[in-house]
Design a protein around this ligand. Structure first.
Ligand SMILES: [Mn+2]
Length: 307
């Protein structure tokens, strides 16, 4: 194995000094349709080498302002089920967070891997003594699918159960954005569980719907975790993803969502992940879009307010 890749071609930071901790969660155990997401974390880092480190919208230079530390890649062993892999992921991240002692927590930025890694990454954050209790947290999910199944294909850790497992962690609120695929039981749970607020794609597209979504995101307060399943975006932005759905968020709308949540809102982003990217043999669209998402999330979180 080669040396640890870096983000944006910036020199890698020490663990102790990092502002952003990048976790490579190369799990691909339960993906139900198209495969290949285990290769994504490293492909996303490689794609980031071809991005500018200057953010022209935020007028923010990442080089010299933000220190990124990339954690060791955690690969599933042959045939290893998520029941074994995900606790290993939680322990790896938790152990690295603990090594920092009483320094402020860095932003945890997970690169999946399939969507089941979200609850494992969030659990690593929640299990530390330094964070507020889970009931005070909000999780914002950008996704095509509700991912609220109790179990799927015999596993409670299937990627179709990703947000159900997040709710099991006791988080106070789940805001789901762009959903356009749910079975009837998931739809009922989303309507009946007072913790869940769903912005279905058809609702966003009603007159005034998108502005109402942005207002809701600006009103989020307290500790915040953001999970982006790239199938929540328009298909041309993630053509390789395993379970595509037409009708996703445009890039401009995705940026408006991130701005409202991370820059104009009252939430404090503690962790984020980008999941279900699948690199394809020809072209670099999938991994480049994911790298740019990671770049924008960090920028919106850390760039100083504009004058
Ligand atoms: Mn998902």
């Amino acid at each position: 194995m080669g040396s640890t890749p870096t983000f944006l071609e910036l020199p890698g930071s020490s663990l102790e000094g990092a502002d952003v901790l990048i976790a490579r969660a190369a799990l691909e155990g339960t993906v139900s349709y198209g495969k290949g997401t285990a290769a994504a974390p490293d492909a996303i880092l490689r794609a980031s080498l071809h991005l500018e480190s200057f953010d022209e919208e935020l007028e923010f230079e990442h080089e010299g302002s933000l220190r990124y530390h990339v954690l060791p890649r955690l690969e599933a062993e042959a045939g290893e089920p998520p029941e074994s892999y995900l606790p290993r992921l939680t322990r790896l991240v938790r152990e690295r967070l603990e090594r920092r002692g009483d320094r402020p927590l860095p932003l945890l930025l997970g690169l999946g891997g399939e969507h089941s890694v979200t609850a494992a990454l969030l659990e690593a954050l929640l299990s530390g003594p330094e964070v507020p209790p889970p009931q005070r947290w909000t999780v914002v999910q950008i996704d095509a699918h509700a991912d609220l199944r109790e179990s799927y294909h015999g596993s409670r850790l299937n990627h179709a159960c990703a947000m159900r497992r997040v709710l099991d962690l006791g988080v106070g609120r789940l805001v789901a954005v762009g959903i356009r695929s749910a079975e009837a039981a998931e739809f009922r749970l989303a309507r009946e569980d007072p913790r869940i607020e769903t912005w279905y794609a058809h609702r966003i597209e009603t007159p005034g719907g998108f502005d109402a979504l942005l207002a809701a995101l600006r009103a989020v307060e307290g500790p915040l975790y953001l999970t982006v399943d790239v199938d929540g975006l328009e298909v041309h932005l993630a053509p390789g993803t395993g379970t595509p759905q037409p009708g996703g968020l445009s890039w401009a709308r995705t940026m408006a969502v991130l701005r409202a949540l991370l820059r104009q809102g009252g939430g404090e982003l503690m962790g984020a992940d980008i999941c279900e990217t699948v690199p394809q043999p020809h072209g670099q669209v999938n991994e480049t879009v994911a790298a740019r998402l990671a770049f924008k999330i960090a920028g919106y979180r850390f760039a100083p307010p504009s004058a």
